[in-house]
Ligand binder design. Structure first.
Ligand code: AMP
Length: 293
């Protein structure tokens, strides 16, 4: 176990990373909002394989929360995060303040069009602008060779890949499969909000995805039939559904119920259980969705 260095200022962070690079090391960045769980830690494991110096950023980014969302409530536990990251052999943690990231004179927004129009983009106006702005800024601050993101936030990963390519940022983007807990629930910092009954109802998302994946492997290709299986599970358990969308897994273009999938199909869900908004997704024909005990 080693104690990661914790950086809260830009100059000390840059200096440490410059030293790594001048010794020929490759920097890998894992952007997070903290309250870390095994899902985040598997991104760290992937990061360790991708380069020499793993930097985890921990920043609850106000720009990606809308009015009335859970920015104030969002769990924060830097000391706990530091201990988990130490166990996983992380080299550095960057935990800046909001004032450092967004000083009063800050005026720039990085926005990706089209890919952000549907799914979470339609239900959380401005969310992806907040994400792309902070990720571009983190790339600028850290100049990583590689950055690691989870496929749990599938649309986010697609948007960040697009931004990186469009802006010719010299960063390799790696996506890591969704890590699930008991009953298949996708791990999320927001699961901490769930009560016992809500946690049970939250399993409907992964159950629906498993049902669709099973039908897909039996040969079902009608988008409406596959989506319908997910709707059936989630509708009976969730308090509100933002969307259950069948889409092309590369372009995120939605499929209508009459469309027939080719060899892959993305199904993405956002649903509210009590006051908690959960997301999940699977690429049928690609993701393994085995039931976890
Ligand atoms: P967050 O702290 O929620 O902003 O997430 C930080 C990174 O961890 C993002 O790239 C997420 O996609 C990823 N992540 C969160 N939960 C999971 C999970 N259950 N499995 C894999 N990656 C995850």
């Amino acid at each position: 176990m080693k104690n990661p260095s914790v950086f809260t200022e830009k100059a000390e962070l840059r200096q440490a990373l410059d030293q790594v690079r001048s010794a020929g090391g490759e920097v890998v960045v894992v952007p997070t909002m903290g309250a870390l769980h095994e899902g985040h830690l598997q991104l760290v494991d992937a990061a360790k394989k991708a380069g020499d110096y793993v930097l985890v950023t921990v920043f609850v980014n106000p720009k990606q929360f809308g009015p009335g969302e859970d920015f104030d409530l969002y769990p924060r536990d830097l000391e706990g995060d530091r201990a988990k990251l130490a166990q996983r052999g992380v080299d550095g943690i960057f935990a800046p303040s909001v004032a450092l990231m967004y000083p009063p004179e800050f005026r720039t927004t990085v926005a990706v069009s089209d890919l952000t129009a549907g799914m979470c983009g339609a239900h959380r106006p401005g969310h992806f602008d907040g994400v792309t702005t902070v990720v571009a800024k983190l790339f600028g601050l850290t100049s990583p060779c590689t950055a690691i993101f989870g496929r749990k936030d599938y649309q986010q990963l697609a948007v960040i890949r697009r931004m990186t390519e469009d802006l010719c940022l010299p960063v390799k983007i790696v996506g890591v499969p969704t890590v699930r807990g008991a009953g298949g629930l996708a791990l999320s910092s927001r699961n901490a909000y769930l009560g016992k009954d809500e946690r049970q109802r939250a399993l409907s998302l992964s159950r629906g995805l498993r049902a669709a994946a099973a039908a897909f492997s039996r040969g079902e290709r009608r988008a409406g039939a596959l989506r319908g299986l997910v709707v059936e599970h989630v509708e009976s358990a969730a308090d509100r559904i933002d969307y259950i969308t069948a889409a092309d897994s590369s372009t995120l273009a939605p499929l209508s119920d009459e469309d027939v999938a080719a060899d892959r199909l993305l199904i993405a869900i956002a649903a509210h259980i009590g006051k908690t908004r959960l997301i999940d997704n699977a690429v049928l024909g690609e993701d393994l969705l085995e039931e976890t005990p």
